[in-house]
Design a protein around this ligand. Structure first.
Ligand code: ADP
Length: 179
């Protein structure tokens, strides 16, 4: 684990379902009904309560749009909440993918504040099944979070949880360079 930004940003390599933050973020899909990758891992480890809460939201508002976020219980996970956000599918970069990925981070952080969340962990949204280039995604994630933290005092800590070495190294390089 490495700390940056006066301890406000932490970088961890590992499994986000194990993180004891107030909220962990899920890279969901528009259906909110679960999928592969980190989404599957969160639903498996968190149990049925999370899916039930997602179904209830879906029944009320329909699909979750790309770039937007919703919040549920974290079920059996050590976190208190799961914030589900829908990352963009990478389609070459001309379909507003970068803006939409930034929206994921900003909307998740805003929802965190609305729910008095102080510590929040993010996976590398869109960089798995959705094929967003890992280097671009890492830069956008870090820039979005830093911008948000500058303007919002109430978040104590943002944890970037990287599952693979490549992403961990990219985050480390960018965060170190900007210290
Ligand atoms: P997307 O559909 O948004 O691309 P994926 O779940 O396929 O979502 O991938 C997003 C990122 O989450 C990838 O970098 C993947 O390696 C990572 N990931 C997969 N499982 C976990 C996990 N248990 N904890 C943290 N990150 C994970």
């Amino acid at each position: 684990m490495v700390r940056y930004n006066d301890g406000k940003i932490e970088l961890i390599k590992g499994d986000i379902t194990k993180i004891e933050a107030d909220a962990i973020v899920n890279a969901a899909n528009t259906s909110l009904l679960g999928g592969g990758g980190v989404d599957g891992a969160i639903h498996r480890a968190g149990g049925k309560e999370i899916l039930d809460a997602c179904v209830a939201i879906r029944n009320k508002q329909g699909n979750c749009k790309t770039g937007e976020a919703v919040i549920t219980t974290a079920g059996k996970l050590p976190a208190k909440f799961v914030i589900h956000t829908v990352g963009p599918v990478w389609n070459g970069g001309k379909k507003k993918e970068e803006q939409l990925l930034q929206n994921c981070y900003i909307n998740s952080l805003q929802l965190a504040i609305d729910n008095h969340v102080k510590t929040i962990a993010f996976p590398n949204i869109s960089t798995g099944i959705y094929r967003f280039p890992k280097d671009k995604a890492a830069s956008l994630a870090i820039a979005s979070v830093k911008y948000f933290l500058k303007n919002h005092e109430s978040i104590d800590k943002v944890i970037f949880v990287c599952f693979d070495d490549e992403s961990f190294d990219l985050y480390q390089q960018i965060l170190k360079f900007e210290e």
